[in-house]
Design a binder for this molecule. Structure first.
Ligand SMILES: [Zn+2]
Length: 458
């Protein structure tokens, strides 16, 4: 499990040695990493620390983060299980305008920012109030805020369609959990497709080794509001089902009113059997495997993906999309199947991947991804690698399709995907900060040339 939390503030200017001052203010529970690394390397190389720090920003080899912004100093703090990355940035913006005399005047605008990134290996928000208070003291009164999450790619894909995704209710979550048991689901589907399944026939709907659980399974379906029971009246002569009533007590009333079976017997004297039928709620959970969507959505929410960044079961560009999420700026397309994922499904999913170009395509199946479907993806991956456009972001995994097979691996599978994306999203900040612990070869060699090697001890 990994989450990224970004906060930033624009400041008028940076105090000299801002990071150094911050480190000295922090209690010992915050372990700085960059400064001790510099110190140790300076000792090992036998060159002064100035070979590592204090150079001009451009003398350090690092990728710019974010684009057009120069990180002029950075530190990483280990605080319990949270990694805190502080990047101090400065950028110059030149603007050219004509003055009243028609001359072009160039003005420089300096943009100074402090960025704090938390790498958090759990779902709850970390307690960083103390850290942010001390940080604010260094720069004067600043207020860190979270960059607004605009879900740009999700909105592009939706082309103005409103997001109808809502939080699952407790009732839906419970029912989805119950239906994630294959035998429970099989029985529910069998009841739905029958017009009232006799209780005596219920056990035939599930695999023989599961039949010992039939009473518990039926009770679970009733408890979760998925199945109702009723009484079926069966004629002792013709064995035909003649009536259905909610409870056996109703039959006594019918006897009194003189209602009888076609054979002449009072209804209470005919054979009675319990029958099962699905509720409207069960239909809504079973149709289109909605229960699987509920499980999927709940796992995404549990791993810190905000509901506004998820869209379930919508149609875009004429394609049915089971689930699409924007996670740390990456578009993740999920295909959900309550059966084996076959070659036909692979072609259809391949078309969606071609249209929507997700960063991470994911197939979730309650069974397996068939060998022919895997072969198809492997063949098209070779073609895809040749045409893949230049990526400006850190890649997530190998760029291939991810498979989550079997409901037992659903939670771990989604956790793995969210963690991998968070890792890729955290990488630029970490790389920018880590680059301050190493000098460029030129700066190091200049220092090396200028210093006497310490004499070796005998
Ligand atoms: Zn009868």
């Amino acid at each position: 499990m990994l989450r990224r939390i970004n906060r930033w503030a624009r400041v008028k200017s940076h105090p000299a040695d801002a990071v150094q001052i911050l480190t000295s203010k922090l209690p010992a529970t915050y372990q700085p990493i960059i400064r001790p690394l510099i110190q140790r390397q300076s000792e090992l190389f036998g060159v002064p620390q100035s070979a590592f720090i204090g150079g001009s920003a451009s003398s350090y080899a690092r990728s710019s983060f974010p684009p057009d912004e120069d990180v002029i100093d950075a530190e990483i703090y280990a605080f319990g299980s949270v990694l805190i990355i502080v990047c101090v940035s400065e950028s110059l913006r030149l603007s050219h305008e004509r003055n009243s005399e028609g001359e072009i005047v160039t003005t420089e605008e300096k943009n100074s920012t402090v960025r704090v990134t938390y790498a958090v290996p759990f779902v709850d928000d970390p307690d960083v109030a103390e850290f942010e208070k001390l940080l604010a003291e260094v720069w004067g009164e600043i207020e860190l805020r979270e960059p607004s999450s605009r879900s740009r790619r999700l909105r592009e894909m939706a082309q103005g369609k409103p997001n109808t995704t809502r939080l699952p209710t407790e009732e839906e979550r419970d029912a989805a959990d119950a239906l994630s048991d294959k035998s429970v689901r099989r029985l529910a589907i069998a009841i739905k497709s029958s017009s009232g399944l006799l209780l005596g026939d219920a056990s035939k709907q599930i695999p023989p080794r599961e039949r010992g659980r039939i009473d518990a399974i039926v009770q679970l379906l009733i408890d979760k509001g998925l199945v109702d029971t009723e009484i079926v009246v069966i004629c002792r002569d013709s064995s035909a089902q003649v009536n259905r009533v909610a409870t056996a007590e109703v039959l006594n009333g019918l006897d009194e009113q003189g209602i009888r079976c076609a054979c002449g017997r009072p209804l209470s004297e005919e054979k009675h059997e319990k029958a099962l039928s699905v509720t409207d709620f069960a239909r809504s959970m079973l149709d289109g495997s909605a229960w699987l969507s509920v499980l999927m959505l709940q796992h995404l929410l549990d791993f810190g993906v905000p509901i506004q960044s998820v869209r379930m079961e919508q149609e875009y560009s004429g394609e049915e999309v089971d689930c699409v999420a924007e996670i740390y700026g990456r578009l993740v397309l999920f295909e959900l199947k309550d059966k084996e994922f076959n070659l036909g499904n692979a072609y259809s999913f391949g078309a969606k991947v071609g249209i929507f170009r997700p960063d991470v395509p994911v197939i979730v199946t309650t069974e397996k991804v068939g060998a022919d479907a895997r072969d198809h993806f492997a063949r098209s991956a070779v073609a895809d690698r040749r045409t893949r456009r230049y990526a400006t972001e850190d890649p997530v995994g190998d760029g291939g399709i991810k498979f989550v097979e079997g409901l037992d691996s659903l939670k771990a599978g989604i956790e793995g995907i969210v963690t991998e994306i968070a890792g890729a999203a955290l990488a630029p900040q970490l790389r920018a900060a880590l680059s301050f612990s190493s000098a460029t070869p030129a700066a190091l060699l200049a220092a090396w040339a200028g210093v006497e090697r310490p004499p070796k001890s005998e």
